[in-house]
Design a protein around this ligand. Structure first.
Ligand code: HEC
Ligand code: HEC
Ligand code: HEC
Ligand code: HEC
Ligand code: HEC
Length: 447
């Protein structure tokens, strides 16, 4: 840190020196001073960095200044999760800068390891306490900034390596090869968190087994507790970063049926193509937003007529995926009660527009703390929570017991996972239409 400041200081001295000499050229001629005596030659110092040219390779209105302005419109910057999750070694590899740099630099594996004392699996994908903070900022992705002090410091992105997926305990990998693998940078964070057998051995759920045995019981309070891999609750969910997995065509419960293939994007497009396209309005560039910005879609070699009104590549696929989400939700019911939770409030449910009944991807299971409006939002009733919190009042606990118990087959659990994955991908099929529709259609036909 000290070293950096010193070099930055030298840089500024040089900028200062050049500004000063430019001024004396233009100002009124002063009286020449007497020549000073020559100094004795000391050892030459190391050359300082040429401040006036090198620094401005980046520090100019079209580069750093523009990117920094755009970045204020990025949720990476204004989002609060980095602040909220700081200190948590398991959450911060995707949420905080120092933690992300730590897991990249040290190649922390995505494996799960059995702790033989507790007999529970532990997720190895974590940082250390001293490296579990930091807002996401320029250096998170450009980890070599201010090393040579030239513009080449921008281009080595922190990582472009293939990503061993944490949700599969590292057994599957995403490698987006377009544009030198730069999409892997995004996927390192924008991948789902593992769904674990929290009531069982803590290992990742076996999606292949769930898909292969759709009629088997997944959860039933009536069966021996040890058979229930997890107890469903309101927050039983696929953690938000589903875009990367859907884009790569990995991460769903792949029930048999329509073949699982990928749209062209998976192989030919990088996340940056659409999310960092030339800025228009408050999308593009370092806002990282794609909404309403079609300049990436219409770049040479891709589409020519992409817009929010083009039927074949925008309206039709998105309408279809929304309909399939609606159809799947309609089948995810028990005795007429929705398994999925409705939340019409677009400020707390960012996916409200992606299904007609405004599902948020959580489950319709009573939770007075985390889902206080659940009872109003779900007029058809809710399910009882199998694990009421000790912080609930006696009245809340008593009310919970009046609600019906939920049971889930593998077909239902897998469909819930697929619904969450496709809803929270947010793009309604634009990321990977073929994979999205295969997951949704095959889920629908299993129920
Ligand atoms: C590779 C591009 C690049 C080059 C070259 C570069 N910088 Fe920076 N610099 C950045 C970025 C990116 C930031 C962070 C900007 C922000 O957060 O808004 C930054 C921030 C700074 C800051 C603000 C302090 C801080 O750490 O946030 C100073 C001072 C600075 N640079 C000085 C210099 C000087 C002096 C040079 C030349 C010797 C230089 N930079 C060369 C990219 C560069
Ligand atoms: C260090 C991890 C990390 C990396 C790398 C990363 N992201 Fe993110 N991204 C996040 C997190 C965390 C959020 C949510 C932040 C919050 O809400 O506080 C987010 C938010 C976003 C959002 C806004 C989502 C919304 O809810 O509106 C977009 C779009 C996005 N990222 C795209 C990208 C793209 C494209 C890349 C690659 C160029 C990328 N991200 C790289 C962690 C990362
Ligand atoms: C494997 C990476 C990863 C891990 C680990 C992870 N998250 Fe996230 N999380 C993300 C990404 C990516 C997003 C933003 C996704 C988007 O908006 O599409 C996100 C979003 C969130 C949000 C929503 C922020 C918003 O925009 O409203 C919260 C809250 C959050 N995470 C909390 C946590 C907590 C708590 C943990 C640890 C228990 C955790 N995350 C672990 C990747 C991760
Ligand atoms: C989430 C990752 C991420 C973050 C955070 C990020 N960048 Fe970038 N930045 C990129 C990617 C990806 C590129 C494209 C480089 C490539 O493809 O090699 C890029 C390119 C750039 C460029 C070159 C653009 C050009 O016109 O050549 C500049 C300048 C830049 N970033 C500055 C910044 C500054 C300043 C910040 C902080 C305010 C920042 N970046 C934060 C990912 C990021
Ligand atoms: C072909 C263009 C395209 C590519 C490539 C692409 N996206 Fe998207 N992405 C979109 C569109 C369109 C949306 C939906 C924007 C909307 O309607 O608000 C979206 C939405 C998202 C969101 C939800 C937040 C938001 O409001 O923008 C995240 C996060 C995201 N993409 C991340 C990624 C990641 C990570 C990759 C690479 C693995 C990627 N995207 C590749 C077009 C693309």
């Amino acid at each position: 840190m000290k070293k950096n400041l010193l070099v930055i200081g030298i840089g500024f001295l040089l900028i200062g020196a050049s500004i000063f000499s430019a001024c004396t050229k233009e100002g009124a001629q002063g009286i020449p001073g007497t020549n000073g005596t020559n100094g004795t030659n000391g050892a030459d110092g190391t050359n300082g960095v040429d401040g006036s040219t090198k620094c401005t390779e980046c520090h100019n209105p079209a580069k750093v200044e523009l990117a920094a302005t755009q970045f204020e419109f990025s949720k990476h910057s204004y989002g609060e999760a980095a602040f909220e999750e700081s200190g948590n070694v398991g959450c911060t590899p995707c949420h905080a800068s120092e933690a992300f740099l730590y897991v990249c630099k040290n190649n922390i594996p995505s494996t799960f390891t059995l702790n033989t004392t507790t007999n529970k699996y532990v997720n190895d994908y974590a940082t250390i306490a001293t490296q579990s903070i930091g807002e996401i900022t320029c250096v998170t992705c450009h980890s070599s900034l201010h090393t040579t002090y030239g513009k080449e410091d921008l281009s080595p992105l922190t990582t472009v390596a293939p990503v061993k997926m944490t949700m599969w305990a590292g057994a599957k990998e995403i490698n987006l090869t377009a544009d030198g693998g730069r999409g892997n940078l995004c996927v390192k964070c924008h991948q789902p968190r593992p769904f674990t057998a929290s009531n069982g051995n803590g290992n990742v759920l076996d999606y292949v087994a769930i898909a292969a045995n759709p009629t088997a019981v997944f959860y039933d309070a009536a069966q021996a507790n040890t058979l229930n891999l997890l107890k469903p609750g309101y927050r039983t969910h696929t953690h938000y970063g589903t875009a990367g997995a859907v884009f790569a065509g990995k991460g769903g419960v792949e029930f048999a049926g329509v073949a699982y293939t990928n749209s062209a994007h998976t192989a030919v497009a990088s996340c940056q193509d659409c999310h960092m396209a030339t800025q228009t309005g408050r999308a593009g560039g370092h806002t990282f937003m794609a909404v309403g910005n079609f300049s990436g879609c219409n770049q040479t070699g891709c589409h020519t007529d992409a817009s929010s009104t083009s039927t074949s590549i925008w309206v039709a696929p998105r309408t279809e995926v929304k309909k399939e989400l609606d159809d799947l939700a309609a089948k995810l019911k028990i005795n007429g009660i929705d398994i999925l939770n409705r939340n019409p409030d677009a400020t707390t449910n960012m996916w409200a527009a992606n299904s007609t009944n405004k599902y948020d991807g959580y489950l319709n299971i009573y939770d007075p703390i985390n889902n206080p409006n659940g009872q109003t939002n779900n007029p058809g009733g809710m399910f009882q929570s199998p694990s009421p919190s000790s912080s609930w009042t006696a009245a809340q606990k008593a009310y919970n017991l009046t609600l019906p118990l939920i049971t889930l087959t593998n077909a239902q659990m897998g469909s819930i996972i697929n619904f969450q994955l496709c809803l929270r991908d947010y793009s309604l099929g634009i990321h990977n239409y073929k994979y999205t529709t295969a997951l949704l259609q095959n889920s629908i036909s299993k129920l």
